[in-house]
Design a protein around this ligand. Structure first.
Ligand code: IMP
Ligand code: MG
Length: 177
């Protein structure tokens, strides 16, 4: 057990070194998957911000970065089921390879809604890179091409993931006790 800001978090599920090594390999996978064309790495805020910052530094080709803001969770640990888009990327998506970067796939509701929105913009290709996948989706969409780790069904925080907006700054991923 470790205390951060007076609040208790539980077991460390993925430590810093484990995350760094997996992110390095994901960067290599993405580099190899896009031999040509324009690549836009599109981060879903806020949860992906730490992961995306590390990931793009492991991709060895030209690329651009933009962000999309959506909201599906309130302050509770359960999904509201509704996805609101709060910021639409200024970047043109048509004709470009898009890699949507997500922190974690839980029920898959957020992913499904975002894929519908992004497919409608006629990108050259569309893929998803999720750091964590709880493995709850019965039929994952074909776009889910890059996954960092299979995650336990616990509620996880750290490395961008929050609970009620806290813990995003932790350099590791832990469960909440
Ligand atoms: P989904 O729509 O149910 O797949 O939920 C996806 C979103 O919910 C993620 O982008 C996270 O913001 C949030 N979320 C789901 N599970 C967790 C968790 O274990 N910890 C922190 N946030 C989570
Ligand atoms: Mg969240």
């Amino acid at each position: 057990m470790r205390r951060t800001g007076g609040t208790r978090i539980g077991r460390i599920v993925f430590d810093e070194a484990t995350i760094a090594e997996r992110v390095r390999r994901l960067g290599q996978e993405i580099t190899a998957a896009y031999p040509d064309g324009e690549l836009l790495v599109l981060g879903l805020l806020k949860g992906s911000f730490v992961f995306l910052a590390d990931l793009v530094r492991q991709i060895e080709r030209t690329l651009q970065v933009d962000f999309i803001v959506a909201s599906s969770y309130g302050t509770e640990k359960t999904s509201s089921g509704a996805v609101r888009l709060l910021y639409d990327p200024m970047a043109q998506l048509e004709g470009r390879h898009i890699v949507l970067v997500e922190d974690i796939i839980d029920t898959g509701t957020t992913l499904r809604c975002l894929l519908d929105l992004l497919r409608a913009r006629s990108p050259e290709s569309l893929a998803v890179c999720a750091l964590l996948d709880k493995g709850l989706i019965a039929e994952p969409p074909a776009e889910l091409r890059f996954v960092g780790f299979q995650a336990p069904k616990a509620f996880l925080v750290g490395y961008g993931l929050d609970h009620a907006e806290e813990y995003r700054h932790l350099p590791f991923i832990a469960d909440l006790s």
